[in-house]
Design a protein around this ligand. Structure first.
Ligand code: ATR
Length: 264
């Protein structure tokens, strides 16, 4: 019998997750279906109840429901607790397990696909919203030395506070510092706005990683001008999906052909 999965969001029509999971299923021979479901803004919990009553095995959760998913899970992973958000749910007889695969997706894309090891590297994380919360613990677990900068400095301080050795503050604090990896987790690119980074922020051979994909952001252009290697977030999207697929199916798909297919 085909096991059913879905991604829930609002809006959801743009989601690439059904295509990605269909490619994973074909590649690994797993008999699953995966659809996109748009839940009403006030109807997330009811949608989860419906999926459980219809014997779905699990779902992914995207904007704006990741925090609600966190609240509805009966069992939450360490990395989801650190993120204070859930993007992957597993349904069982006894309850709902919540996990967050976003940070693992970022780390895997940087280390496996791009080939940059994070151990011992100076990493700057820009932004202190939901996207940043999702990746702090996995970056630290990969051995990165982390600094967080945000337009509203107090939010970066708050995000950094639970983690020893992590500093949070404003962009002004970055003058004269250099980083091996700079991750843009702000939404500035959506409005074609630049993030106020000082010149010389990139160490020689640095990687500039924008979690956004499908557009050249001002951050990417700036990083290129400064001589950094530049990557967008498509690999992260596919790697976080692969991690969810692994949680559900116990099989890790080969992401390289899927990344190539989506870039094509
Ligand atoms: P998400 O869930 O995508 O992280 P969010 O919670 O709204 O979205 O957070 C957006 C992040 O992008 C915030 O860190 C925001 O900075 P503020 O906390 O100061 O608002 C950051 N951001 C958005 N536009 C920006 C801009 N033009 N320059 C710098 N940072 C920006």
């Amino acid at each position: 019998m085909t096991d059913r999965y879905a991604v829930i969001g609002n809006p959801i029509s743009h989601s690439k997750s059904p295509l990605i999971h269909a490619l994973f299923a074909k590649q690994t021979g797993q008999d699953i279906s995966y659809e996109a479901i748009e839940a009403p803004l006030d109807g997330f919990a009811a949608t989860i109840e419906r999926l459980r009553s219809e014997s779905y095995k699990g779902c992914n959760v995207t904007v704006p429901f990741k925090f609600e998913a966190y609240k509805c899970a009966s069992d939450i992973s360490e990395r989801a607790k650190a993120a204070q958000a859930v993007n992957t749910l597993c349904f069982s007889e006894t309850g709902i397990e919540g996990d967050n695969t976003d940070g693992a997706g970022l780390v895997r894309d940087i280390e496996q696909n791009i080939g940059t090891s994070l151990a011992g590297k100076n990493v700057l994380l820009m932004g202190a919203g939901g996207a940043s919360y999702g990746v702090v613990l996995p970056l630290l677990n990969a051995g990165a030395s982390l600094t967080i900068a945000n337009r509203t400095a107090s939010k970066a301080v708050e995000l950094a506070a639970p983690f020893s050795g992590v500093t949070g503050g404003s962009y002004e604090n970055l003058t004269e510092l250099q980083f091996d990896v700079v991750v843009n987790a702000t939404s500035a690119g959506l409005t074609d706005s630049a993030v106020p980074l000082p010149e010389g922020i990139f160490a020689p051979g640095a990687l500039a990683y924008d979690m956004m994909y499908g557009r050249e952001t001002p951050f990417m252009t700036f990083a290129r001008e400064q001589g950094a290697q530049v990557a967008d977030g498509l690999g992260m999207l596919i790697e976080q999906a692969a991690e969810a697929f692994f949680i559900w199916r116990g099989v890790r798909p080969d992401t390289r052909p899927v990344i190539a297919a989506l870039r094509g």
